[in-house]
Ligand binder design. Structure first.
Ligand code: SF4
Length: 356
């Protein structure tokens, strides 16, 4: 099944099917998911940089002259839930899944601004989440406001199973956020909480309703709400119910994705021959960058979680030439040159083939 977007004649909610995990790359999935609301941030300078960046990726250059098109930032490294596919709640040992920086708390706004300074001019979009629940960071609204004031698109993915005050719901509607992904993996508390362990289905629904009702009053808010439904064996019969629920809530889009543990446990890591991985490339190390909650710049999202050392601090990106840090040059070379072996972590990475 290929990735497609369908719109029911009667329902304004779009249904976005993510397709077969084996044939749809993470890159294509994220591009299609975000493109319609990302293009409005296009400027001549960004277009120029993006063209160079794509050229460098396609031709597998290892030393780059372009800057990243997107960032992923871990604004909060802890969570209120314990989902099995997540580094924070999964099957890995706490010592392994909770590396030191995650014990230091949520990212501070000052650090956020300092870390992003060099990246902002080339950015189309920032994903303000990695592991952890982003809305547990009370400064996230200022971060979103900063990005929106600098013509950068924003996306937050949340479990939304939090007791928000009216004031906080108002902040979510007003801060300039463009894209809110709400994880809702079931149409009843029972099926929902099999994956979202500790989550409260009714609370999530009530939060969506409150936000939607505010948004219908504030016509100028750019915010679009997407419900993301991870489909497993036990809940695959609920597609119809999820469509009905999404329609009733009036959200912008329902995305149905195949549920997976995203490599959090050994067995789930995809096995793919090295040559095929090289052919597929890894867009992370050409197009994007990842920053953790203490401002460290990683080579890539997956690498940070599984042991590729970070390459420095994001605030030193330009002054220390981190775009072309020797470690990341080596990774790029390994995808472009058969004589350079792939990193052991890249050999098991799901990013080159699976979407999230
Ligand atoms: S671990 Fe390797 S393949 Fe995976 S995202 Fe990082 S560089 Fe790419």
């Amino acid at each position: 099944m290929n990735l497609w977007i369908a719109q029911s004649k009667k329902c304004k909610t779009r249904v976005f099917l993510s397709g077969d995990l084996k044939t749809t790359s993470s890159f294509l999935f994220q591009i299609r998911r975000a493109l319609p609301i990302t293009l409005k941030h296009l400027t001549f300078k960004k277009l120029l940089n993006a063209s160079v960046c794509l050229f460098e990726m396609v031709t597998k250059r290892s030393v780059l002259h372009s800057d990243p098109l997107y960032l992923r930032i871990e604004v909060c490294p802890y969570c209120n839930l314990r989902c099995p596919g997540c580094m924070l709640g999964g099957t890995r040992e706490v010592s392994e899944s909770n590396p030191g920086h995650r014990l230091e708390g949520a990212m501070k706004y000052i650090l956020f601004e300092e870390s992003l300074r060099d990246f902002v001019p080339s950015l189309f979009r920032v994903w303000l989440y990695d592991e952890g629940e982003p809305f547990l960071n009370g400064e996230i609204y200022d971060m979103i406001h900063f990005l929106s004031a600098n013509n950068v698109g924003t996306c937050v993915s949340t479990n939304f199973s939090l007791k928000f005050s009216d004031e906080t719901i108002e902040k979510i509607a007003d801060c300039g956020l463009e894209h809110l992904i709400v994880a809702l993996d079931g149409s009843t508390q029972e099926s929902y909480s099999r994956y979202r362990r500790g989550g409260d289905f009714n609370l999530v629904i009530s939060n969506i309703r409150r936000l939607q009702s505010l948004l219908s009053e504030k016509k100028s808010s750019p915010l679009k709400i997407e419900i993301q439904f991870l489909e497993f064996e036990y809940n695959k019969e609920e597609r119809g119910a999820m469509r009905k629920l999404a329609k009733e809530l009036g959200v912008w889009r329902l995305t149905i994705m195949e549920g997976c543990s995203c490599g959090a446990d050994e067995e789930s890591r995809p096995d793919l021959p090295e040559d095929e991985r090289r052919d597929k490339r890894c867009y992370e190390i050409w197009l994007g960058a990842t920053i953790n909650s203490i401002g460290e710049l990683g080579t890539c999202d997956y690498g940070e979680d599984f042991g590729i050392p970070n390459i420095g601090f994001a605030k030193d990106y330009k002054s220390e030439g981190l775009r072309n840090h020797p470690a990341i040059i080596q990774l790029r070379k390994s995808f472009g040159n058969n004589s350079v072996p792939l990193n052991d972590i890249c050999k098991q990475c799901h990013w080159t083939i699976k979407k999230r």
